[in-house]
Design a protein around this ligand. Structure first.
Ligand code: KG4
Ligand code: ZN
Length: 337
Protein backbone atom coordinates (compact mmCIF):
# COMPACT_ATOMS: atom_id res chain seq x y z
CA UNK A 1 0.00 0.00 0.00
CA UNK A 2 1.28 3.48 -0.82
CA UNK A 3 1.67 6.04 1.98
CA UNK A 4 -1.08 8.12 0.36
CA UNK A 5 -3.54 5.30 1.09
CA UNK A 6 -2.56 4.79 4.75
CA UNK A 7 -5.48 5.40 7.09
CA UNK A 8 -4.52 6.49 10.58
CA UNK A 9 -6.84 6.62 13.58
CA UNK A 10 -5.77 9.56 15.76
CA UNK A 11 -6.63 9.88 19.45
CA UNK A 12 -6.29 13.04 21.55
CA UNK A 13 -6.88 13.28 25.32
CA UNK A 14 -4.18 15.67 26.56
CA UNK A 15 -6.48 18.19 28.23
CA UNK A 16 -10.27 18.61 28.26
CA UNK A 17 -11.21 17.41 24.79
CA UNK A 18 -11.75 13.72 24.03
CA UNK A 19 -11.18 13.40 20.31
CA UNK A 20 -10.76 10.72 17.63
CA UNK A 21 -10.36 11.06 13.87
CA UNK A 22 -9.60 8.98 10.79
CA UNK A 23 -7.24 10.59 8.26
CA UNK A 24 -6.03 9.07 4.98
CA UNK A 25 -2.62 9.97 3.56
CA UNK A 26 -1.90 12.63 6.19
CA UNK A 27 -4.39 15.20 4.89
CA UNK A 28 -7.67 13.58 3.83
CA UNK A 29 -9.92 13.86 6.90
CA UNK A 30 -12.49 11.03 6.76
CA UNK A 31 -13.94 11.87 10.19
CA UNK A 32 -13.11 14.08 13.16
CA UNK A 33 -15.07 13.80 16.39
CA UNK A 34 -14.40 16.14 19.32
CA UNK A 35 -16.25 15.86 22.62
CA UNK A 36 -15.53 18.88 24.76
CA UNK A 37 -15.74 18.64 28.54
CA UNK A 38 -15.95 22.42 28.84
CA UNK A 39 -19.31 22.32 30.69
CA UNK A 40 -17.93 19.91 33.31
CA UNK A 41 -15.06 22.26 34.17
CA UNK A 42 -16.81 25.63 33.75
CA UNK A 43 -18.14 25.84 37.31
CA UNK A 44 -14.59 25.38 38.64
CA UNK A 45 -13.25 28.16 36.40
CA UNK A 46 -10.60 25.91 34.83
CA UNK A 47 -9.74 22.32 33.94
CA UNK A 48 -9.79 19.96 36.96
CA UNK A 49 -7.33 17.15 36.10
CA UNK A 50 -9.17 14.38 37.99
CA UNK A 51 -12.51 15.26 36.40
CA UNK A 52 -10.83 15.37 32.97
CA UNK A 53 -9.36 11.85 33.38
CA UNK A 54 -12.69 10.39 34.48
CA UNK A 55 -14.56 12.03 31.62
CA UNK A 56 -11.96 10.79 29.09
CA UNK A 57 -12.48 7.28 30.49
CA UNK A 58 -16.21 7.49 29.86
CA UNK A 59 -15.92 9.11 26.45
CA UNK A 60 -12.96 7.43 24.79
CA UNK A 61 -14.83 4.36 23.51
CA UNK A 62 -17.98 6.14 22.21
CA UNK A 63 -15.92 8.93 20.61
CA UNK A 64 -13.57 6.46 18.89
CA UNK A 65 -16.49 4.31 17.74
CA UNK A 66 -18.18 7.38 16.27
CA UNK A 67 -15.03 8.40 14.40
CA UNK A 68 -14.96 4.94 12.78
CA UNK A 69 -18.67 5.00 11.94
CA UNK A 70 -18.52 8.53 10.48
CA UNK A 71 -15.58 7.49 8.31
CA UNK A 72 -17.52 4.38 7.21
CA UNK A 73 -14.70 2.11 8.41
CA UNK A 74 -14.29 -0.82 10.73
CA UNK A 75 -11.09 -1.66 12.58
CA UNK A 76 -9.79 -3.89 9.78
CA UNK A 77 -9.35 -0.80 7.58
CA UNK A 78 -7.15 1.10 10.06
CA UNK A 79 -3.45 0.92 9.19
CA UNK A 80 -2.03 2.54 12.35
CA UNK A 81 -3.19 4.18 15.58
CA UNK A 82 -1.62 7.48 16.68
CA UNK A 83 -2.11 9.09 20.09
CA UNK A 84 -0.89 12.20 21.87
CA UNK A 85 1.71 11.06 24.40
CA UNK A 86 2.44 14.60 25.69
CA UNK A 87 2.60 17.33 26.75
CA UNK A 88 -0.60 17.48 28.79
CA UNK A 89 -2.24 16.27 31.98
CA UNK A 90 -0.78 12.89 32.95
CA UNK A 91 -4.07 11.21 33.93
CA UNK A 92 -5.79 12.52 30.81
CA UNK A 93 -2.94 11.47 28.49
CA UNK A 94 -2.87 7.95 29.94
CA UNK A 95 -6.46 7.29 28.88
CA UNK A 96 -5.80 8.04 25.20
CA UNK A 97 -2.39 6.37 25.12
CA UNK A 98 -3.75 3.17 26.72
CA UNK A 99 -6.74 3.08 24.39
CA UNK A 100 -4.52 3.61 21.32
CA UNK A 101 -2.09 0.86 22.35
CA UNK A 102 -4.95 -1.55 23.07
CA UNK A 103 -6.46 -0.91 19.63
CA UNK A 104 -3.06 -1.22 17.90
CA UNK A 105 -2.51 -4.58 19.60
CA UNK A 106 -6.04 -5.81 18.85
CA UNK A 107 -5.85 -4.85 15.18
CA UNK A 108 -2.15 -5.81 14.92
CA UNK A 109 -1.16 -2.44 13.46
CA UNK A 110 1.59 0.04 14.42
CA UNK A 111 1.24 2.46 17.34
CA UNK A 112 2.53 6.00 16.72
CA UNK A 113 3.42 8.40 19.53
CA UNK A 114 2.57 12.02 18.69
CA UNK A 115 3.76 15.22 20.35
CA UNK A 116 0.75 17.51 20.88
CA UNK A 117 2.75 20.63 19.95
CA UNK A 118 3.97 19.05 16.73
CA UNK A 119 0.37 18.16 15.93
CA UNK A 120 -0.70 21.80 16.29
CA UNK A 121 2.03 22.66 13.75
CA UNK A 122 0.65 20.02 11.39
CA UNK A 123 -2.90 21.39 11.61
CA UNK A 124 -1.74 23.94 9.03
CA UNK A 125 -0.72 21.20 6.56
CA UNK A 126 -4.03 19.43 6.94
CA UNK A 127 -5.82 22.31 5.31
CA UNK A 128 -3.04 23.61 3.08
CA UNK A 129 -0.71 20.78 1.98
CA UNK A 130 0.97 23.22 -0.43
CA UNK A 131 2.60 25.22 2.38
CA UNK A 132 6.29 25.65 1.66
CA UNK A 133 9.39 25.65 3.87
CA UNK A 134 10.84 27.49 5.66
CA UNK A 135 7.56 28.11 7.39
CA UNK A 136 7.15 30.08 10.60
CA UNK A 137 4.31 28.97 12.87
CA UNK A 138 3.00 31.03 15.77
CA UNK A 139 1.64 28.45 18.20
CA UNK A 140 -0.62 30.04 20.78
CA UNK A 141 -2.62 27.84 23.13
CA UNK A 142 -3.64 27.62 26.76
CA UNK A 143 -0.33 26.05 27.74
CA UNK A 144 2.11 27.34 25.13
CA UNK A 145 3.13 30.42 23.21
CA UNK A 146 5.97 29.84 20.79
CA UNK A 147 7.36 30.79 17.44
CA UNK A 148 8.69 27.80 15.54
CA UNK A 149 10.51 27.68 12.23
CA UNK A 150 9.67 24.48 10.32
CA UNK A 151 12.59 23.89 8.00
CA UNK A 152 11.13 20.63 6.71
CA UNK A 153 8.91 17.81 7.95
CA UNK A 154 10.03 16.93 11.48
CA UNK A 155 12.69 19.69 11.44
CA UNK A 156 11.85 22.44 13.88
CA UNK A 157 13.79 25.38 15.27
CA UNK A 158 12.38 27.13 18.33
CA UNK A 159 12.69 30.88 17.67
CA UNK A 160 11.00 32.21 20.78
CA UNK A 161 8.57 31.34 23.54
CA UNK A 162 6.85 32.86 26.54
CA UNK A 163 8.92 33.53 29.62
CA UNK A 164 5.87 33.31 31.90
CA UNK A 165 2.16 32.90 31.05
CA UNK A 166 0.95 31.46 27.74
CA UNK A 167 -1.28 33.80 25.70
CA UNK A 168 -4.34 31.57 26.26
CA UNK A 169 -3.60 31.46 29.98
CA UNK A 170 -3.56 35.28 30.03
CA UNK A 171 -6.95 35.33 28.27
CA UNK A 172 -8.32 32.80 30.78
CA UNK A 173 -6.97 34.62 33.85
CA UNK A 174 -8.13 38.07 32.71
CA UNK A 175 -11.58 36.72 31.80
CA UNK A 176 -11.89 35.11 35.21
CA UNK A 177 -10.90 38.40 36.90
CA UNK A 178 -13.45 40.30 34.80
CA UNK A 179 -16.14 37.73 35.69
CA UNK A 180 -16.57 36.69 32.07
CA UNK A 181 -16.48 32.96 32.75
CA UNK A 182 -14.60 30.02 31.28
CA UNK A 183 -13.05 29.40 28.82
CA UNK A 184 -11.80 32.95 28.84
CA UNK A 185 -10.55 33.35 25.27
CA UNK A 186 -13.92 33.09 23.51
CA UNK A 187 -15.55 35.16 26.31
CA UNK A 188 -13.07 38.04 25.87
CA UNK A 189 -13.28 37.76 22.08
CA UNK A 190 -17.06 38.20 22.35
CA UNK A 191 -17.00 40.96 24.99
CA UNK A 192 -14.39 42.92 23.00
CA UNK A 193 -16.80 43.24 20.07
CA UNK A 194 -18.65 45.99 21.93
CA UNK A 195 -15.55 47.67 23.42
CA UNK A 196 -12.99 50.24 22.30
CA UNK A 197 -9.53 48.66 21.75
CA UNK A 198 -7.89 52.07 22.23
CA UNK A 199 -9.70 52.94 25.46
CA UNK A 200 -6.80 51.85 27.68
CA UNK A 201 -3.14 51.72 26.63
CA UNK A 202 -2.09 48.45 28.25
CA UNK A 203 1.64 47.63 28.04
CA UNK A 204 3.08 45.61 25.15
CA UNK A 205 5.81 43.70 27.03
CA UNK A 206 9.11 43.06 25.23
CA UNK A 207 7.60 44.45 22.02
CA UNK A 208 10.91 45.83 20.73
CA UNK A 209 13.09 42.96 21.85
CA UNK A 210 13.65 39.62 20.20
CA UNK A 211 11.17 36.80 19.74
CA UNK A 212 10.28 35.83 23.30
CA UNK A 213 7.02 36.83 24.96
CA UNK A 214 5.84 37.86 28.42
CA UNK A 215 2.18 38.20 29.38
CA UNK A 216 2.13 38.17 33.18
CA UNK A 217 2.85 41.93 33.43
CA UNK A 218 -0.08 42.66 31.12
CA UNK A 219 -2.40 40.58 33.30
CA UNK A 220 -1.22 42.51 36.41
CA UNK A 221 -1.77 45.82 34.59
CA UNK A 222 -5.35 44.85 33.82
CA UNK A 223 -5.98 43.95 37.47
CA UNK A 224 -4.38 47.18 38.76
CA UNK A 225 -6.25 49.32 36.22
CA UNK A 226 -9.66 47.85 37.07
CA UNK A 227 -9.05 48.17 40.82
CA UNK A 228 -8.14 51.83 40.33
CA UNK A 229 -11.06 52.53 37.95
CA UNK A 230 -13.92 50.32 39.16
CA UNK A 231 -16.40 52.18 36.94
CA UNK A 232 -14.53 51.25 33.72
CA UNK A 233 -16.49 49.45 30.98
CA UNK A 234 -15.69 45.71 30.97
CA UNK A 235 -16.00 45.69 27.18
CA UNK A 236 -13.33 48.42 26.90
CA UNK A 237 -10.98 46.48 29.21
CA UNK A 238 -11.54 43.27 27.22
CA UNK A 239 -11.00 45.03 23.87
CA UNK A 240 -7.89 46.90 25.07
CA UNK A 241 -6.38 43.77 26.64
CA UNK A 242 -7.05 41.73 23.50
CA UNK A 243 -5.52 44.47 21.32
CA UNK A 244 -2.35 44.43 23.44
CA UNK A 245 -1.95 40.63 23.19
CA UNK A 246 -2.63 40.56 19.45
CA UNK A 247 -0.31 43.48 18.78
CA UNK A 248 2.60 41.64 20.42
CA UNK A 249 1.80 38.29 18.78
CA UNK A 250 1.55 39.73 15.27
CA UNK A 251 4.61 41.99 15.63
CA UNK A 252 6.80 39.09 16.79
CA UNK A 253 5.47 36.66 14.16
CA UNK A 254 6.33 39.17 11.40
CA UNK A 255 9.78 39.74 12.91
CA UNK A 256 10.39 35.97 13.06
CA UNK A 257 9.37 35.49 9.42
CA UNK A 258 11.68 38.32 8.34
CA UNK A 259 14.62 37.00 10.41
CA UNK A 260 14.53 33.48 8.99
CA UNK A 261 13.52 34.52 5.46
CA UNK A 262 10.29 32.53 5.63
CA UNK A 263 7.97 32.55 2.65
CA UNK A 264 4.96 31.49 4.68
CA UNK A 265 3.52 32.22 8.08
CA UNK A 266 0.89 30.12 9.86
CA UNK A 267 -0.85 30.23 13.21
CA UNK A 268 -2.16 27.40 15.34
CA UNK A 269 -3.44 26.56 18.82
CA UNK A 270 -6.64 27.64 20.56
CA UNK A 271 -5.85 31.37 20.61
CA UNK A 272 -5.59 31.30 16.79
CA UNK A 273 -9.40 31.15 16.89
CA UNK A 274 -9.38 34.78 18.11
CA UNK A 275 -11.18 37.13 15.71
CA UNK A 276 -8.82 40.11 16.06
CA UNK A 277 -5.71 37.92 15.78
CA UNK A 278 -7.08 36.31 12.61
CA UNK A 279 -7.85 39.66 11.03
CA UNK A 280 -4.53 41.29 11.93
CA UNK A 281 -2.53 38.20 11.01
CA UNK A 282 -3.96 38.12 7.48
CA UNK A 283 -3.46 41.89 7.08
CA UNK A 284 0.20 41.58 8.15
CA UNK A 285 0.86 38.68 5.76
CA UNK A 286 -0.63 40.66 2.86
CA UNK A 287 1.54 43.68 3.70
CA UNK A 288 4.71 41.59 4.04
CA UNK A 289 4.08 39.48 0.92
CA UNK A 290 3.93 36.24 2.91
CA UNK A 291 1.76 33.22 2.19
CA UNK A 292 -0.42 33.51 5.31
CA UNK A 293 -2.15 30.44 6.52
CA UNK A 294 -5.03 30.54 8.95
CA UNK A 295 -6.52 27.16 9.90
CA UNK A 296 -10.30 26.93 10.38
CA UNK A 297 -11.37 27.58 13.98
CA UNK A 298 -12.08 23.90 14.63
CA UNK A 299 -8.57 23.01 13.48
CA UNK A 300 -7.04 25.63 15.84
CA UNK A 301 -8.43 24.09 19.02
CA UNK A 302 -7.60 20.56 20.17
CA UNK A 303 -8.76 17.82 17.79
CA UNK A 304 -7.59 14.39 16.69
CA UNK A 305 -7.34 15.03 12.93
CA UNK A 306 -4.14 16.95 13.62
CA UNK A 307 -2.88 14.01 15.72
CA UNK A 308 -3.54 11.54 12.88
CA UNK A 309 -1.90 13.92 10.40
CA UNK A 310 1.22 14.48 12.52
CA UNK A 311 1.24 10.69 13.11
CA UNK A 312 1.32 10.06 9.36
CA UNK A 313 4.37 12.32 8.88
CA UNK A 314 6.04 10.80 11.98
CA UNK A 315 5.45 7.26 10.65
CA UNK A 316 6.92 8.13 7.25
CA UNK A 317 9.98 9.70 8.86
CA UNK A 318 10.67 7.36 11.78
CA UNK A 319 8.36 4.35 11.51
CA UNK A 320 6.22 3.09 14.38
CA UNK A 321 6.79 3.83 18.07
CA UNK A 322 7.55 1.25 20.71
CA UNK A 323 4.59 0.10 22.79
CA UNK A 324 6.83 0.91 25.75
CA UNK A 325 6.49 4.64 24.94
CA UNK A 326 4.67 6.16 27.91
CA UNK A 327 2.70 9.33 28.44
CA UNK A 328 4.98 12.27 29.20
CA UNK A 329 3.27 15.37 30.64
CA UNK A 330 6.38 17.49 30.01
CA UNK A 331 7.21 16.32 26.49
CA UNK A 332 8.95 19.09 24.54
CA UNK A 333 9.14 19.83 20.87
CA UNK A 334 12.25 18.06 19.61
CA UNK A 335 14.18 20.80 17.90
CA UNK A 336 17.23 20.84 15.68
CA UNK A 337 20.26 22.81 16.85
O1 KG4 B 1 -5.05 24.59 21.89
P1 KG4 B 1 -6.13 24.61 22.92
O2 KG4 B 1 -7.51 24.13 22.50
O3 KG4 B 1 -5.74 23.76 24.17
C1 KG4 B 1 -4.42 23.74 24.65
O4 KG4 B 1 -3.63 22.87 24.16
O5 KG4 B 1 -4.11 24.64 25.49
O6 KG4 B 1 -6.20 26.11 23.47
C2 KG4 B 1 -7.08 26.50 24.51
C3 KG4 B 1 -6.83 27.99 24.78
C4 KG4 B 1 -7.60 28.50 26.01
O7 KG4 B 1 -6.71 29.27 26.81
C5 KG4 B 1 -8.69 29.37 25.40
O8 KG4 B 1 -9.10 30.45 26.25
C6 KG4 B 1 -8.00 29.89 24.15
O9 KG4 B 1 -7.27 28.78 23.66
N1 KG4 B 1 -8.96 30.34 23.13
C7 KG4 B 1 -9.04 31.63 22.70
C8 KG4 B 1 -10.14 31.68 21.80
N2 KG4 B 1 -10.66 30.42 21.69
C9 KG4 B 1 -9.93 29.61 22.50
N3 KG4 B 1 -8.31 32.71 23.02
C10 KG4 B 1 -8.66 33.88 22.45
N4 KG4 B 1 -9.71 34.02 21.59
C11 KG4 B 1 -10.47 32.95 21.23
N5 KG4 B 1 -11.49 33.10 20.39
ZN1 ZN C 1 -3.60 22.18 22.15
Amino acid sequence: MSDAELIILGIETSCDETAAACVRGGTDVLSSVVSSQVDLHARFGGVVPEIASRAHNELIIPVTARALVEAGLDGSRIDAVAATTGPGLIGALLVGVSAAKALALTWDVPFISVNHLEAHLYAAFLEDPELTFPLVVLLVSGGHTMLVCMEGHGRYRLLGSTLDDAAGEAFDKVARFLGLGYPGGPAIDHEALSGDPEAIAFPRSMMDQGLDFSFSGLKTSVVNYVRKHPEVSTADVAASFQAAVVDVLVTKARRAAAEVGATALAIGGGVAANSLLREQFLGACATDGLHGFLPSRSMCTDNAAMIASAGWYEYRLHGSSSLATGANPNLRLSTIA
